[in-house]
Design a binder for this molecule. Structure first.
Ligand code: OGA
Ligand code: MN
Length: 290
């Protein structure tokens, strides 16, 4: 297994592994260690089928069903795509395309769920001739760049998260869909400490709409300011996908966003998120731990 950095501040690329060989005792422990320390791990040339992608993702934790966020059935792999099941491209006005556009706001996946995500395991299947990169920013490096007084203030703050909040920024009608209104608001500590490394990250997302104890406008202004501070150009790694690329990232320590592409071209990525557990530090971001 050879490694090289993908960005001066975070991320590592691993060469010489076939992810189909990973098991709890073989390869996974090394990959998990890289994930804890570097926040983003890139593998090229994998071409996992759905079952192989499922098996690899399950190593990180319980699978979340991103295709049916109600989570009332067995988890399925989630297409992140502008191609319909019948092979037709989405109409530019289709709400599903608007939903993809909501992915273009800096976010962390699933902060609006009662159990948020630990990781996203995303693979490229079909890529457009231009555009469609995914951008990643380290909220661990971002947090480390803050003044000690701000860091200390953030350690005691909680953000409220709501799925519909990020959708309403793109289209108020989209935000009214049942999928985006079905979860009660969630409240998480603004700083997530990695229990393995002890490193702290800002835990924020496009879904964050309020700060505990601040009036709504003040809270949103602080959320916007902090998001901007951790997504400065020098904190960003932009990944231009090639089919077969797999990226695993740490939702506790990375913000990400999609970027546009010519929508008359197909782009299909496939993804699983896995849920965070107390061993990942979930207990420490819950309000009860205040
Ligand atoms: C995601 C996501 C962005 C992209 O899969 O969670 O935000 O570039 N994807 O498709
Ligand atoms: Mn996402």
């Amino acid at each position: 297994m050879q490694t090289k950095p993908v960005h001066p501040l975070f991320g590592i690329e691993v060469d010489g592994v076939d992810l189909r060989d990973a098991t709890p005792d073989c390869l996974y422990p090394e990959i998990r260690d890289l994930f804890e320390r570097h926040s983003l791990v890139l593998f090229r040339g994998q071409h996992l089928d759905d079952d192989e992608h499922t098996e690899f993702s399950k190593l990180f934790g319980p699978l979340e069903d991103r295709s049916n966020i109600r989570m009332d059935g067995p988890p399925k792999i989630s297409p992140v795509s502008n191609v319909e099941e019948d092979g037709k491209l989405l109409d530019p006005k289709d709400q599903k395309l608007l939903n993809l556009k909501s992915n273009m706001l800096w976010h962390t996946d699933s902060t609006f769920l009662p159990v948020p995500a630990l990781a996203n395991i995303l693979q490229a299947r079909v890529v457009p001739s231009e555009g469609g990169a995914t951008e990643f920013a380290s909220s661990k490096a971002g947090f480390a760049s803050f003044a000690p007084e701000l860091q200390e203030r953030l350690r005691h703050l909680f953000f409220h998260h709501r799925y519909g909040h990020s959708r309403a920024k793109i289209d108020p009608e989209l935000a009214k869909q049942a999928l985006f209104t079905m979860w009660p608001d969630q409240k998480w500590r603004a700083v997530w400490t990695n229990p393995v490394t002890g490193e702290e990250s800002l835990y924020i997302a496009s879904h964050a709409f309020a700060v505990e104890g601040l009036d709504p406008a003040e809270g949103q202004a602080l959320i916007d300011e902090l998001t901007e501070a951790v997504t400065k150009p020098e904190h960003i790694y932009s990944h231009q996908w090639t089919p077969g690329d797999v990226i695993v990232w740490d939702e506790r320590a990375i913000l990400h966003r999609g970027t546009p592409w010519p929508y008359e071209q197909p782009r299909t990525l496939v993804s699983y998120c896995v849920s965070a557990r107390d061993i990942d530090g979930l207990n420490t971001v819950k309000p009860q731990a205040a």
